[in-house]
Design a binder for this molecule. Structure first.
Ligand code: SER
Length: 348
């Protein structure tokens, strides 16, 4: 899939940051299944789970804010593609807004600069895959949210969280580094090949997210399989788009592979299904009749989710790089989430 040319001087790699997070887990497993991990180098502050370590070429325990580490990567490797997953999610970021800004924004600038420098030495731009989020949106009230329905990439860009502000700004930074970086200098910059998907809430059968505000969906599911009661922190009628992890990984890899000439945008919504918290609970209860799920909305987290859209319009991704999810809502629950969490419940 990813073309490999061996450099005589430096090893050619795909760099994944934040690899020990949820998306990193799904991505590494998928790349490994496709026999594409021999040249993957990962960075994560916490290292990489034991189960994944043998699936990548090298694990670096480190901080994307550490510029010495970034320089080391620049000197040691020929980086073909950067998949920059490292970030603090929305709830977590509200507790430490300035830290979130450093990690989410300065961390991204460090990686974009690395991509620029790599591009210069290679003579063509490095692919830079960036996951953004529905948190970039900010619908002003519930009536507008209901009336707006499925919204496109340019509507309602008024985020109410530090995470959402960071992601929206980094989308712009990506566009800037791709197209305008050092626009006044005498020599033209190679730029970066920046490609971004805006994810809905993600649900994995295998891992739990940390510090997100869409986490009620995976938390509800994983509590049910563990036989623990769950008090959902949003109202029953709360509706946002969700996607299961295999589709999230698929969208990143599809966008990575799309021929550049087909891409007319830097930022693409990707969507799979839209569902309310009550409908998630109903689906879980149908499978786990003893599950105890109550609704005890947390005012502040509720008001964050209330600003996120009910659904997103992903026509640009469908038209330009053939996006379509493998899992609709029925398949997500019946063929992915429920069977795998049941299996894990038995073996765990
Ligand atoms: N899942 C993210 C969060 O809840 C939103 O993209 O922060």
């Amino acid at each position: 899939m990813f073309e490999r040319r061996r450099s005589r001087l430096r090893e050619k790699i795909i760099l994944i940051t934040g690899a020990n997070g949820e998306v990193g887990h799904g991505l590494i497993q998928q790349l490994y299944a496709m026999q594409e991990t021999s040249d993957v180098v990962v960075i994560d502050l916490r290292g990489l789970d034991e189960s994944l370590r043998s699936k990548v070429n090298r694990t670096i325990v480190g901080d994307i804010l550490d510029t010495e580490l970034i320089n080391l990567l620049l000197n040691e490797y020929e980086i073909d593609m950067i998949i920059h997953l490292a970030a603090l999610l929305s709830t977590h970021s509200e507790f430490n807004p300035e830290t979130a800004h450093r990690v989410n924004v300065q961390g991204t600038i460090n990686l974009l600069k690395l991509a620029i420098e790599q591009g210069k030495s290679r003579g063509y731009p490095v692919k830079f895959l960036f996951p953004s989020s529905i948190a970039v949106y900010g619908l002003p009230d519930l009536a507008t949210k209901a009336q707006a329905g499925s919204i496109n990439e340019l509507q309602y860009l008024y985020p109410v969280t530090m995470y959402g502000c960071n992601k929206l700004y980094c989308e712009h930074l990506g566009r800037y580094y791709a197209q305008y970086y050092q626009q006044l200098s005498a020599s033209t910059s190679i730029g970066v090949d920046f490609r971004c998907v805006r994810f809905p809430g993600l649900i994995s059968a295998q891992t739990m997210p940390t510090g997100g505000t869409s986490d009620y969906a995976p938390e509800m599911l994983h509590a049910a399989v563990a036989g623990k009661p769950y008090a959902c922190f949003v109202r029953e009628d709360t509706r946002i788009p969700f996607m299961v992890m295999p589709d999230a990984v698929k969208s990143l890899l599809m966008l990575a592979e799309a021929p550049q000439e087909n891409l007319n945008h830097y930022i693409y919504n990707v969507s799979s299904f839209s569902i309310s918290a009550q409908e998630i609970a109903d689906r879980i209860k149908a499978e786990f009749p003893d599950a105890s799920i109550t609704f005890e909305p947390h005012e502040a987290r509720q008001s964050i989710v209330d600003t996120w859209p009910e659904d997103v319009d992903d026509r640009a991704a469908r038209q330009e790089w053939g996006w379509s999810p493998d899992y609709d809502v029925d398949r997500s629950f019946n063929e992915y989430l429920i069977p795998i969490v049941r299996q894990m419940g038995k073996s765990g």
